[in-house]
Design a protein around this ligand. Structure first.
Ligand SMILES: Nc1ncnc2c1ncn2[C@@H]1O[C@H](COP(=O)(O)OP(=O)(O)OP(=O)(O)O)[C@@H](O)[C@H]1O
Ligand SMILES: [Mg+2]
Length: 510
């Protein structure tokens, strides 16, 4: 029997208006990978922040390596060997990779920071992990997936005995995920206890030994992974059975609503043409970096278009800025919610109301508070956003609930075209179904829905038609019901030249 290295019992923690943890329990043994599962807002991140000294608990006991701790400071936790990779990236974008990795424990030479020594040490760690990143590079210049790898390398550089990974794969490519799993297995074999939090349940089979399930801040159960099934796990997480993971509604395909003709914008959007019809969801499949996000950004007026036309109801509409797009009835739910979609320091109310002020202002430009409250409450209830009230800062919500706010702010408008870019990233199983239902609802209202997703099962399960992109171009179109995963992959790797193909294999995300 392996030793129990962490034992948390009867943990309670409240934030203003929310009981995040209610008698929660958690145990971890050395040399195991423990998945910590639960819906958005179940309390997973909060519990792990208590274990790593970021938050203090209100009550309960906590033992680490057999010693009990009342007030654990982050530094103390680190010295005990508890390392945490947070759900949201925590890098300083203007500092280098090495500087980020050694933040707060810089290598000194006399009174100055020894940059060279730090870069060498960082290089050693990155090399050990087979991560090909220049330690001198400024973090802000790296793509999100690479930043995530730096975060992981940073956590590993402190000689962790308890390693907490909160959604580490949400921004990684398939190859990087494989690399991460290899590292996790190695650490486990060396006796490290690993806590793995993820909403990508299909990943668990590759690495997990046991699962702990939480719901509403409480401990539900702990099981050996091999003795359970995915359906059982989901039922424990959600508290009920989820019958249909990909609900689909059938609609009559209507008029052509929206059309993009010969759109060019930078290297990643090359001669893109397609149309969206009322009553259908069009999925955009492809590998990471296929140009799908860039296409949505060019359409929405975030990025400059070099050429091409956007038509609504057959009429060309000039879109130079997002404001033009919103005015025309085209909205975008962006991929990176923290950067582009949400003001974390503002309350839910303002996040939802802000893009809709034109609908909420009376004659003198004064916001009609009653209308505003009604709009926000409707969004919260339609999407089942878990919050005690509208005045909570969006940043205080759990990851998945933040995503729902980003979606919610657009629902209030009578849009004609809604573009979703990876809308279910970091969202729990039940909330995913809510997002799919929401897309179905829009589809039934005759709104054209464009749905970018890198998760093949959901594109195949939810979309009516699938457009596949590769290297900035559209390489094919399939009817979702007849499409196979192989067909999609073939189109997703239909490169014009060999060179690009090799580059893509490097960063492939299937
Ligand atoms: N700093 C905070 N201020 C206020 N409320 C908070 C704060 N952190 C968490 N909460 C609340 O505590 C509850 C638990 O949140 P937590 O982030 O632990 O959930 P989670 O299980 O990690 O969810 P997800 O899967 O979405 O990441 C939520 O209702 C959340 O809104
Ligand atoms: Mg969380």
């Amino acid at each position: 029997m392996k030793d129990t290295i962490v034992s948390m019992q009867g943990i309670c923690k409240s934030f203003p208006g929310v009981k995040a943890l209610d008698n929660a329990r958690f145990e971890l043994r050395s040399g195991e990978v423990m998945a910590l599962l639960g819906e958005n807002g179940a309390g997973k991140s909060t519990l792990m922040k208590i274990l790593s000294g970021v938050y203090t608990r209100d009550s309960g006991t906590m033992e680490i390596f057999g010693k009990s701790y009342d007030d654990l400071l982050p530094k103390q936790a680190q010295q005990l060997g508890v390392a945490i990779i947070h759900q949201e990236l925590n890098m300083c974008p203007h500092l280098s990779v090495a500087e980020n990795m050694f933040l707060g424990r810089e290598i000194m030479k006399g009174f100055t920071v020894d940059r060279k020594a730090m870069e060498e040490a960082a290089k050693q760690i990155l090399d050990d992990l087979h991560i090909d990143i220049d330690p001198g590079e400024t973090v802000g210049n790296l793509p999100v997936s690479k930043q995530q790898m730096v975060e992981i390398a940073k956590a590993l550089s402190v000689d962790a005995k308890v390693l907490i990974m909160d959604e580490p794969t949400s921004a990684l490519t398939a190859k990087e995920i494989g690399e991460l799993f290899r590292i996790i297995r190695k650490l486990r074999d060396d006796g490290c206890g690993i806590v793995y939090i993820s909403h990508r349940l299909e990943e668990l089979q590759h690495i997990v030994d046991r699962v702990t399930i939480m719901r509403d801040g409480q401990y539900i159960t702990c099981m050996d992974f091999k003795d359970t099934t995915m359906d059982e796990i989901i039922t424990h997480m959600v508290g009920r059975e989820i019958k249909e993971k990909f609900p689909r509604v059938t609609c009559e395909k209507g008029e052509k609503v929206f059309e993009v003709r010969n759109l060019n914008a930078g290297r990643m959007v090359r001669d893109v043409s397609f149309a969206l019809y009322a009553g259908e969801i069009v999925g955009f499949a492809g590998l990471m970096g296929a140009g799908r996000t860039e296409t949505t950004r060019a359409i929405f007026g975030v990025d400059h278009k070099e050429s091409g036309e956007i038509l609504l109801d057959g009429k060309p509409i000039p879109i130079h800025t997002p404001a033009d797009a919103i005015k025309a009835g085209i909205v975008l739910v962006p991929e990176d919610r923290k950067k582009d979609g949400l003001c974390t320091k503002l309350p839910i109310r303002e996040n939802i109301a802000m893009p809709n002020l034109d609908l909420l202002c009376g004659g003198f430009g004064v916001v009609n508070r009653k209308k505003e409250t009604a709009m926000c409450e409707k969004a919260v209830s339609d999407l089942k956003i878990k919050t005690p009230n509208l005045e909570i800062d969006a940043g205080g919500l759990s990851g998945g609930n933040q995503q729902k706010v980003v979606v919610g702010k657009w629902l209030a408008r009578n849009s004609r075209v809604v573009i979703f870019d990876e809308p279910t990233r970091g969202i729990d199983v039940a909330a995913k179904v809510e997002i799919y239902n929401l897309m179905n609802q829009l589809k039934q209202q005759g709104i054209a829905v464009m749905f970018v997703s890198s998760e093949m099962p959901e594109v195949m399960g939810v979309a009516d038609r699938i457009i596949v992109m590769c290297d900035g171009r559209i390489t094919g179109e399939l009817m979702a019901r007849q499409a196979s995963q192989t067909e999609i992959l073939t189109l997703a790797t239909k490169f014009e030249n060999k060179l690009a193909e090799t580059a893509a294999e490097e960063g492939q995300d299937a």
